[in-house]
Ligand binder design. Structure first.
Ligand code: ZN
Length: 354
């Protein structure tokens, strides 16, 4: 089965509510949640009733995203023939200000994922949610799950306290590299700063569209701070980033690297080549041109058929029907996106998928 079936690299099981995590919280924190009457952490960027958050036919009778394995696999895996699905849980762990609480919540989310999802369907894999508020605690969370090979990636949000290349984050990257786990950087923010570089916008549209700028800033930081040279075996996957901005961004980054490279002597190869070899991007929501010729021109500008990874981004409303891949792609490229590129990107799939 799985050797020749698509790998979906970005799907989102939903925590149905804080109550679902209580059995997996440390007793101290379970008591704290109950005694203080804590509410759900606010959304990372997907308000529950917004149309973009869940495709209408994928809402359950209460209007929530499907949050059980049977419905998830029926709606998100079976229609696409998916053999392996990588689950990224976007719960508000990164929004909390208390480091200890964030660490407890991350542990609860990961345990919930293992028990309620991974144990129930052999096609499921997941990313490790980490308390990014404290890099040592985040590294400890990675160590805790490292032996469970069903966890194939470390999940970060693109916008946090500080740009992702900063050295304060490096203990996370060292732990990820040590265990063969790529960094999966997903759209979303802990909202410590405005969600656009020019200040707070008004609408979800502005917030969502501007995620692409956040990815550019994060990628610039990872390159300029030297993360790729300090961690030579670390892969990076940009998830829900869109892809159409990438060529122009790389032309610009490489141009200014040429002029300013004395400032970043550790960036020893052109950023275009560095990014092509070390960074991957998930497909949905695909923001390329609508016609096949335009898509092929975009692929030509990206300059590599190894960078894009198939994803549905279930249950977000990014496409209609089952058109999760652009029409007209040739069979070889499609196979690379759906099977070969993901399997190369996630070394742990080779250990767990026959
Ligand atoms: Zn996503």
């Amino acid at each position: 089965m799985p050797q020749d079936t698509p790998v979906d690299c970005d799907l989102h099981p939903s925590v149905p509510g804080l109550a679902a995590l209580l059995p997996y919280l440390d007793p101290l924190w379970r008591e704290a949640v109950e005694r203080r009457g804590l509410d759900e952490p606010v959304s990372i960027g997907y308000p529950s009733r917004a149309p973009l958050t869940v495709r209408p036919d994928w809402r359950d009778e209460k209007g929530r995203p499907a949050s059980d394995v049977a419905r998830f696999t029926r709606e998100a895996l079976d229609p696409f023939g998916t053999g392996i699905a990588i689950c990224n849980c976007l719960y508000g762990v990164q929004l909390l200000f208390g480091e200890d609480m964030a660490a407890a919540m991350a542990r609860a989310v990961n345990t919930w994922m293992a028990r309620e999802w991974l144990d129930r369907d052999p096609r499921l894999r997941a990313s490790i949610v980490v308390p990014v508020q404290n890099a040592e605690m985040a590294a400890a969370e990675i160590e805790h799950w490292a032996a469970d090979k069903r966890f194939v990636q470390v999940l970060l949000l693109v916008s946090g306290d500080a740009p992702l290349g900063k050295r304060q984050h490096w203990p996370i990257y060292a732990a990820a590299e040590r265990h063969g786990l790529p960094l999966g950087i997903h759209a979303g923010s802990s909202y410590r700063h405005p969600s656009t570089p020019v200040g707070w916008g008004t609408t979800l549209t502005e917030d969502y569209v501007n995620q692409a700028q956040a990815f550019q800033s994060a990628l610039t930081s990872l390159v300029a701070e030297g993360v790729f040279s300090r961690f030579p075996a670390l892969g990076v996957v940009l998830m829900e980033s869109g892809v159409s901005w990438l060529p122009a961004f790389l032309w610009r980054l490489t141009k200014f690297w040429k002029g300013l490279r004395s400032e970043v002597p550790w960036v020893s190869e052109p950023p275009t080549e560095l990014v092509r070899s070390r960074v991957r991007l998930t497909l949905q929501p695909f923001d390329g041109p609508p016609d096949t010729a335009g898509v092929m021109r975009l692929m030509d500008h990206i300059g590599s058929d190894e960078m894009l990874l198939f994803s549905t981004d279930y249950p977000h409303w990014q496409f209609d029907g089952s058109d999760a891949v652009p029409a007209g792609l040739d069979a070889g490229l499609l196979r690379k996106m759906q099977i070969e590129n993901p399997r190369r990107t996630y070394p742990r799939l080779e250990e767990t998928v026959p």
